[in-house]
Design a protein around this ligand. Structure first.
Ligand SMILES: [Ca+2]
Ligand SMILES: [Ca+2]
Length: 97
C-alpha cells in the first residue's frame, strides 16, 4: 500500500491506473514501471524534437516539460545548450529509442 502511494505521487499519470499498482505490489515488477516511463519519455522526446536533430533545445524541452525547461542547466550536463536523450531522461542506462 505504501509503495502504491509513493508510485502515485511519483507518477501522477499512473494514479488512475488502479489495476496496475496493486499488481506491482504483489509481483514486484519494477521493470514494468521502467518500461512505461521509458515509453512516455520516448514519446516526449520525439514530439519535442521539432527539428529532428536528435537533441532538444530549451525551447523544444519547454513544449513537453516546463519543469525541465526551468531547470535546463541542471539537466544539460555537458553544457552544450541542448539536451541529449541521456540528459533528457537523466541517466545513460537507456539507449536512445
Ligand atoms: Ca531538436
Ligand atoms: Ca547537453
Amino acid at each position: 500500500m505504501r509503495l502504491a502511494m509513493i508510485l502515485a505521487l511519483a507518477f501522477p499519470a499512473l494514479a488512475g491506473a488502479q489495476t496496475i499498482v496493486p499488481e506491482l505490489d504483489q509481483t514486484g515488477r519494477p521493470g514494468e514501471i521502467a518500461r512505461m516511463v521509458f515509453e512516455k519519455s520516448s514519446r516526449q522526446f520525439a514530439s519535442a524534437d521539432a527539428n529532428g536533430d536528435g537533441r532538444l533545445s530549451a525551447e523544444e524541452v519547454a513544449t513537453v516539460s516546463p519543469f525541465k525547461a526551468n531547470s535546463f542547466a541542471r539537466f544539460d550536463k555537458d553544457a552544450d545548450g541542448f539536451l541529449s536523450w541521456q540528459e533528457f531522461v537523466g541517466h545513460d542506462r537507456w539507449a536512445a529509442p
